[in-house]
Design a protein around this ligand. Structure first.
Ligand code: 5GP
Length: 227
């Protein structure tokens, strides 16, 4: 079975990453090939969030026990003292089953994943401007002014890592950015390396059929450059 690919998606808060990922999964994943990893975090749940859907919300103590058990593929302190981490077991299981796995993680996590899994593809989403970023954070109405200011500082720090990524998308038009995101995944599926196992039967049959046609004289070997 061909292993799936890891896709890392990073962006500063408010760049539209969550909405893009949601739309990608809802509109373009009928075959369920792509799975979204649900991270663990020690940050408090926001209004509207659901435990085990948006995140696995855990205490610092639980998180540190998971670190000690080497349960994380990567983890980081993202906002001050808040831990965020990707659980290793499910991601590896999905990839072994041939699923692609999307990781919505920050630049620190992306660096750790690249080291362990160099075949991972990383995508950075930029907002069209900082003014737009701030207004998206304010309109989201999830955080206080103080938290928004901290998020803006973090956003600038996050943006400074854009050049570590394989792809950079400027999210100035949602549908276009979604199409680009989808295209990156399709491009990856078309790569020879990611199709070797699934192509082997097809190629074997094509050669067999070709040989039969050649022996029946249906194909002129001269046209194929064989003689
Ligand atoms: P939020 O608190 O707004 O949900 O997420 C804050 C940041 O944490 C986002 O940039 C998000 O990508 C990042 N993040 C979410 N889960 C993980 C994770 O498992 N690992 C790392 N390194 N970052 C994460």
């Amino acid at each position: 079975m061909q292993k799936g690919t890891l896709f890392i998606v990073s962006a500063p808060s408010g760049a539209g990453k969550s909405s893009l990922i949601k739309a990608l999964l809802e509109r373009f994943n009928a075959d369920n090939r792509l799975k979204l990893s649900v991270s663990h975090t020690t940050r408090p749940m926001r209004p509207g969030e659901v435990d085990h859907v948006d995140y696995h919300f855990v205490s610092v103590d639980e998180f540190e026990k998971l670190i000690a058990r080497n349960a994380f593929y990567e983890y980081a302190h993202v906002f001050g003292d808040k831990y965020y981490g990707t659980s290793r077991e499910l991601v590896e299981q999905w990839m072994d089953q041939g699923h692609d796995v999307l990781l919505d993680i920050d630049w620190q996590g992306a660096q750790q994943i690249r080291k362990q899994t160099p075949s991972a593809r990383s995508i950075f989403i930029l907002p069209p401007s900082l003014t737009e970023l701030r207004s998206r954070l304010v309109n989201r109405a999830q955080d206080s002014e103080e938290v928004i200011n901290v998020r803006m500082q973090k956003a600038i720090a996050e943006i400074s890592h854009y050049n570590e990524y394989d792809y950079v998308l400027v999210n100035d038009n949602f549908d276009e950015t979604l199409l680009k995101l989808r295209s990156i995944i399709i491009e990856c599926h078309c790569e020879l390396n990611n199709q070797k196992d699934s192509l082997s039967d097809l190629i074997e049959n094509l050669i067999k059929e070709g040989n039969q046609d050649l022996s029946k004289g249906a194909v002129n070997p001269r046209h194929l450059g064989l003689i």
